[in-house]
Design a protein around this ligand. Structure first.
Ligand code: CA
Length: 234
């Protein structure tokens, strides 16, 4: 299935990269390795790649920053390599759009298993999207933005300005889990910890307005992280 899948590794430690390349190539992957963020980014902007393994601690750029830049133009699966078994790294990594993370030192076999899983899921996801388009499945459950509100089948939800900004952010950034802080910023509210719980009540109100259209389950909670928009029922 993935005999010709291309994996890019951006990692400055050659020993780590070489071990990984060995295991991946043995399994039939095509591997391109870059020791700096700049070189890796240049390659990614010009080539179609199936998955990226991205080191957080690179010599020229922070891996998190690089991930954000890549997310502006690509939704390829990204697995972070982090030196510390740090909850903050994990949360930040997933919030800015990584799909998974692996802590060093890691077993190349384990990494291989994770890479295969992520590629399989990405293929599955793109098949689902294609099928949806083929049967003209309405995007966003039929939700249409109109005059700073959303409508479903011509009926307005009656969102407040803040609720509109939050739902709009969730829909337009549906590849990512968004923290309460990010949602506060999107809603032009002060990103202060004291106000973060306000987001929960706005989300509750949004779900309530989506409920008559059976769309409330699309606004999902990721416990410990924040919220995201997905039309998948699981
Ligand atoms: Ca490093």
């Amino acid at each position: 299935m993935n005999a010709k899948a291309t994996i890019v590794i951006i990692e400055d430690e050659s020993t780590i990269a070489e071990n990984l390349i060995h295991v991946l190539e043995k399994d039939g992957f095509k591997v391109c390795w870059f020791p700096t963020g700049e070189q890796g980014l240049a390659f990614l902007t010009e080539n179609i790649v199936d998955l990226l393994v991205l080191d957080v601690g690179l010599p020229d750029v922070n891996g998190f920053e690089l991930c954000k830049t890549i997310r502006d133009f690509s939704d390829l699966p990204i697995i972070f390599l982090t030196a510390r078994n740090d909850e903050i790294d994990r949360v930040v990594g997933l919030e800015i759009g990584a799909d998974d993370y692996v802590t060093k030192p890691f077993s190349p076999r384990e990494m291989l298993a994770r890479i295969k899983l992520r590629i399989k899921r990405a293929i599955k996801h793109s098949t689902v999207v294609e099928n949806k388009q083929a049967i003209e499945y309405p995007l966003n459950g039929g939700l249409q933005p109109l005059n700073f509100d959303y409508s479903v089948d011509g009926q307005m939800l009656g969102l407040t300005a803040v609720e509109f900004k939050i739902l709009n952010k969730l829909i337009n950034d549906s590849a990512n889990i968004l923290s309460r802080e990010q949602l506060l910023v999107a809603a032009d509210l002060a990103p202060s910890a004291a106000y973060e719980r306000n987001i929960d009540s706005h989300i509750k109100a949004i779900r309530c307005k989506l409920k008559p259209f059976e769309l409330s389950e699309f606004v999902k909670t990721k416990r410990g992280f924040g919220y995201f928009y997905s039309e998948k029922l699981v």
